[in-house]
Design a protein around this ligand. Structure first.
Ligand SMILES: *Cc1c(COP(=O)(O)O)cnc(C)c1O
Length: 427
C-alpha cells in the first residue's frame, strides 16, 4: 500500500480482505476476546504476542482504520483516540511529564491552547507559546534544557496561519526533540507533514476525515523516524524499562517504528481509556473513502467564495491561504500546492452587529461550532466561543468583532455565493 498514491490509500488503505471475507471493514462490536488458555492470554499481557484481549487497549476495527490513516500520512504506526483533544493530549503526554517543557505555536486551536496552558500546566508541564512568524532568535530562545517537544498546526484553526514545518522541524531536531503537527485542517490529502520533517502527526478525525458531522474522534501517527535512543535521558519512558508493563523497554522491544505508539497504547490508553468506538471508526472510514474527492471540492468552493468576498464592498478583509496576496499565500504554495482547506475568515464592515446580522440572514450555512463538514456552517466567535471576552481581550487574541469563520461545504458554490449576497443586502 505504501507505493500507492493518496487517493488509492484513502479508498483501500488499511484493509485487504481475504477470500470470502467482507468487502467493507467489519465492525467488531466486542469489548473482549476469547482465548483457549491463560497461558495464551498471558503472552498478550506481557506484550510477547500480538492480539486482542480488551477493546480499551485495542480493537480490530479501530486498528484497521488507524492503519489506513497511517498509510495516508506515511507513518510507521498509528492509533485512534476518542477525540482530537485526546490525540493532542496523548501525543504530548507520551513523552513529557511533570517538570518538563514544550514549545508550541501560539496559532493553534483554542481547545488545544486551553489543554496546554491550563490543564497540562496543572499537571506540571510548562508551555512556551511562540508566534508561527517569530524570528529564528525568538524560536531558539523558547527552548530549555527540559524541553521535550515542539507542537504546531499545519493550518491554524481559526487563524489560518500556515506553519513553516521545515523550519520548526529543524529547530526541534537541533535540540534533540520531535516536532508534533496537528494536521486536522490540511488532512494528508493536502499536506503530509512527515515529508517535511515532522515526527508525529495528530488529527481531529471529527472534522474533514469524518466529514459528515457524525462521529467525534482523533488519531496519532508516528513517523518512526525520531531516534529516541540518541537521547535516553530526555525520553526515559521510551528508553528504560516500564515497571508497569513487566519491565519492557519500548525502543528495544518494538524498535523506532513501534515504540512510541506501543507505549501510548499500553500505558496511556490502558490507564486513561480515551478510546474511539468501533462504530465511530467504521463511520470515520466511510468518510476517509471519499476524503480526497471532498477536499478538492471544499477547496475549489472556498477559493471561489474567498475571491468573491475579497471583491465585495461590504467585506472589510478576507483571510484565505489560497488567495493571492494573502499573508500566508507563499507558504501555502510551498506546503499546500493542491489546496489548503475549506475554511475562510473574513470581516463584515460595521463590526459585531453587522456580522451577527449577516449570519442570521444566511439560509444555507447554519450557525455551528463545527468546521469541515459536507454542509456549510459559520461561526461568529465574538458572540459565541469568545463571548465572555471584553473588546480589548478579543483584540489581544486576534479575534475582531467583525470576524466570521465560514466553513465552506460541498454545496454548489454559486448557490452559496447567492446566499451570501442575499444576506449581505440586509447589512
Ligand atoms: C477540533 C479540533 C481539535 C479537537 O478535536 P475534537 O475532535 O473536537 O476533540 C484539535 N485540533 C484542531 C485543529 C481542531 O480543529
Amino acid at each position: 500500500m505504501s507505493n500507492f498514491k493518496i487517493e488509492t490509500k484513502c479508498v483501500q488503505g488499511g484493509y485487504t480482505p481475504g477470500n470470502g471475507e467482507p468487502r467493507q471493514v467489519p465492525i467488531i462490536q466486542s469489548t473482549t476476546f476469547k482465548y483457549a488458555s491463560s497461558d495464551d492470554m498471558g503472552k498478550l499481557f506481557d506484550l510477547e504476542a500480538s492480539g486482542y484481549f480488551y477493546s480499551r487497549l485495542q480493537n480490530p476495527t479501530c486498528d484497521t482504520v488507524a492503519a489506513k490513516i497511517c498509510a495516508m500520512e506515511g507513518g510507521s504506526a498509528a492509533m485512534l483516540t476518542g477525540s482530537g483533544q485526546a490525540a493532542s493530549f496523548f501525543a504530548v503526554f507520551n513523552i513529557a511529564g511533570m517538570g518538563d517543557h514544550v514549545v508550541a505555536s501560539a496559532a493553534i486551536y483554542g481547545g488545544t491552547y486551553n489543554l496546554f496552558a491550563v490543564t497540562m500546566k496543572r499537571m506540571g508541564i510548562e508551555f512556551t507559546f511562540v508566534s508561527p512568524d517569530c524570528s529564528d532568535e525568538e524560536l531558539e530562545a523558547a527552548f530549555r534544557p527540559n524541553t521535550k517537544a515542539v507542537f504546531g498546526e499545519t493550518i491554524a484553526n481559526p487563524a489560518l496561519n500556515v506553519l513553516d514545518i521545515e523550519r520548526f522541524a529543524n529547530a526541534a531536531h537541533a535540540h534533540g526533540v520531535p516536532l508534533i503537527i496537528d494536521n486536522t485542517f490540511a488532512t494528508p490529502v493536502n499536506c503530509r507533514p512527515i515529508e517535511w520533517g515532522a515526527d508525529i502527526v495528530t488529527q481531529s478525525t471529527t472534522k474533514s476525515m469524518d466529514g459528515h458531522g457524525s462521529a467525534v474522534g482523533g488519531c496519532i501517527v508516528d513517523s518512526g523516524k525520531f531516534d529516541w535512543t540518541k537521547y535516553p535521558d530526555k525520553f526515559p519512558g521510551l528508553c528504560t524499562p516500564d515497571d508497569s508493563y513487566h519491565g519492557v523497554t519500548y525502543t528495544e522491544r518494538f524498535g523506532l517504528e513501534g515504540a512510541y505508539i506501543t507505549k501510548a497504547t499500553a500505558q496511556l490508553m490502558r490507564d486513561l481509556g480515551c478510546v474511539q468506538s468501533p462504530q465511530s471508526a467504521f463511520l470515520l472510514n466511510l468518510g476517509l473513502e471519499s476524503l480526497h474527492v471532498r477536499m478538492e471540492r471544499h477547496c475549489a468552493n472556498a477559493q471561489k467564495i474567498a475571491e468573491y468576498l475579497s471583491n465585495h464592498a461590504k467585506i472589510g478583509w478576507v483571510r484565505y491561504p489560497g488567495l493571492p496576496g494573502d499573508a500566508e499565500y507563499e507558504r501555502a504554495q510551498k506546503y499546500l500546492p493542491n489546496g489548503s482547506c475549506g475554511v475562510i475568515s473574513f470581516g463584515v464592515k460595521g463590526g459585531k452587529e453587522a456580522a451577527a446580522k449577516f449570519m442570521a440572514g444566511l439560509k444555507i450555512a447554519a450557525i455551528e461550532t463545527h468546521v469541515a463538514d459536507a454542509r456549510s456552517c459559520c461561526l461568529h466567535p465574538a458572540t459565541a466561543t469568545h463571548r465572555q471576552m471584553s473588546e480589548e481581550e478579543l483584540v489581544a487574541c486576534g479575534i475582531s468583532g467583525d470576524l466570521v469563520r465560514f466553513s465552506v461545504g460541498l454545496e454548489n458554490a454559486d448557490d452559496l455565493i447567492a446566499d451570501i449576497e442575499n444576506a449581505l443586502k440586509d447589512v
